[in-house]
Design a protein around this ligand. Structure first.
Ligand SMILES: *[C@@H]1O[C@H](CO)[C@@H](O)[C@H](O)[C@H]1NC(C)=O
Ligand SMILES: *[C@@H]1O[C@H](CO)[C@@H](O)[C@H](O)[C@H]1NC(C)=O
Length: 450
């Protein structure tokens, strides 16, 4: 019977969709026979199609691009789960022990009436999406992360991002006007400022990017402005635990309120108030009060250290969404904070220049999800590795250094991709003015002496 098909293909092949078997012909073939079919080779797993022809619903029908393909049109959707989240185990596979339960990636499956039935949760790592990115022509690559495997997409959106959509007050923040110097084709803050730029952090299971990115930008800029005299890593935990008024802690926060807090009260360093919410998933209670910070006798750190001070920043300002403005700000004053939309495929990013794909959307509404996230932008460049030049922003994520390109990622630049250019924020450290005054005083004394 299978040989007959080849003859059929020889005659009718050119009329079929790209000679790829019965692709695209509507109807229920495999889905009408599921769940008994689909596995292994089973020559009886057929369905009539186009008059008296037969199509197949077993694994043998899918022999790759050169092996011929006599699969039914709905074979992929039904048997390979291309339209549903695919896991190592999926609904419809036969099972033995009634009532057995098993985890398949993030899904719970139970054995009912001889077949596995999975709960249909969309997972953070979607193996079919991984495969599609791996085999398709994309400017980026994807990979499976142990930390994300077994987690649901909803969990990822809830616990790995954490920036609430910028309020009117951010949208209306004063925009600074910028005059452009000559801008290079590539720039990396780490090349210009070296160790003054702080390393990658890991927010763990807490939607705290609002606090992490704000303290990270502050830390970098304080170091830059003081030529490294202040090299502290400011404590995101203090923001998370103490800036709780109209903030949502591990479920996200507003950037303008975080900046307001650093400006008014100041934030101590990481040694003084270490980050623990990545494990606890909760913002916790505030362990530093306003009085602690302003106490003349010195600041008592939650960690027991007593040598910290609270660092303050000036009011934040918005950088326009023009590429040149963002570049100039970055090059002159240091890393900037950007808020963008994270889509389901971003979690699987491994390297290259990220561009959101519609692969998940094609699988149906249940496979997509998005949320706002804020990160540090460190530079820009042009990638030539795929043949055509692709412009990118270089950003530091807060998912640890095992994610992406050693914790960093690159994203399409110049098209406001995922809104990356919409909400760019900068601020100055408060140490700077004092230092300038200090320098002047020294200079005056110097002059006096001579
Ligand atoms: C992804 O990684 C997990 C754990 O590291 C592993 O159990 C799982 O099989 C992997 N999945 C795929 C599709 O590679
Ligand atoms: C405070 O002391 C700890 C250890 O004693 C040290 O590692 C840290 O850098 C100090 N912090 C500041 C701001 O001096």
């Amino acid at each position: 019977m299978r040989e007959e098909f080849l003859v059929f293909l020889a005659i009718f092949g050119p009329f079929l969709c790209e000679a790829r078997g019965f692709h695209g012909i509507p109807g229920a073939y495999c889905s009408a026979r599921s769940p008994t079919c689909c596995t292994n080779r089973d020559d009886d797993c057929t369905a009539p199609i186009l008059g008296d022809h037969l199509c197949y619903c077993d694994m043998f029908c899918d022999r790759g691009p050169d092996g011929g393909n006599d699969c039914c049109p709905d074979f992929e959707a039904t048997c390979l789960g291309k339209n549903a989240p695919k896991n190592d185990l999926h609904s419809g596979e036969p099972c033995e022990q009634e009532g057995d339960e098993k985890l398949a990636n993030c899904q719970k499956c139970s054995c009912q009436n001889g077949y596995w039935k999975c709960d249909g949760t969309t997972c953070l790592i979607q193996p079919d999406l991984l495969e599609d990115v791996r085999t398709g022509r994309y400017s980026w690559t994807a990979r499976n992360y142990t930390a994300f495997w077994g987690r649901s997409l909803a969990d990822g959106i809830k616990y790995r991002l954490g920036t609430l959509f910028p309020e009117k007050s951010v949208q209306n923040m004063n925009e600074i006007t910028i005059t452009h110097p000559d801008l290079p084709e590539e720039f990396d803050a780490r090349d210009k400022w070296g160790s003054l730029i702080h390393p990658i952090s890991d927010q763990g299971d807490c939607g705290s990017s609002w606090a992490i990115s704000t303290t990270a930008i502050s830390s970098d800029r304080l170091s830059i402005m003081t030529d490294g005299r202040i090299s502290a890593t400011l404590s995101p935990q203090q923001l998370l635990s103490c800036n709780q008024h109209r903030q949502k802690g591990c479920e996200g926060g507003y950037l303008d309120r975080a900046w307001w807090y650093i400006r008014k009260l100041g934030v101590v360093d990481e040694h003084c108030y270490p980050y623990v919410s990545g494990q606890s998933r909760e913002p916790g209670h505030c362990m530093i009060t306003k009085r602690d910070i302003t106490d003349r006798l010195g600041l008592k750190c939650p960690s027991g250290h007593e040598n910290s001070t609270a660092f303050k920043m000036t009011p934040p300002y918005k950088v326009s969404s023009k590429e040149e403005d963002i570049k100039t700000e970055l090059m002159t004053n240091g890393p900037v904070q950007a808020t963008f939309v994270v889509h389901e495929d971003f979690f699987m990013y491994s390297g290259g220049v990220y561009q959101h794909s519609d692969l998940a959307a094609k699988k149906g509404a249940g496979s997509v999800a998005e949320g706002y996230h804020s990160v540090r932008v460190l530079g820009w460049g042009v990638d030539h590795s795929t043949g055509r030049p692709i412009k990118y922003w270089l950003c530091a994520n807060s998912w640890g250094s095992h994610w992406g390109e050693d914790g960093y990622f690159r994203i399409l630049r110049g098209e406001n991709h995922c809104e990356i250019e919409s909400f760019v924020i900068g601020a100055w450290g408060k140490g700077s003015k004092r230092r300038r005054r200090f320098k002047m005083r020294k200079l005056r004394r110097f002059r006096k002496l001579f």
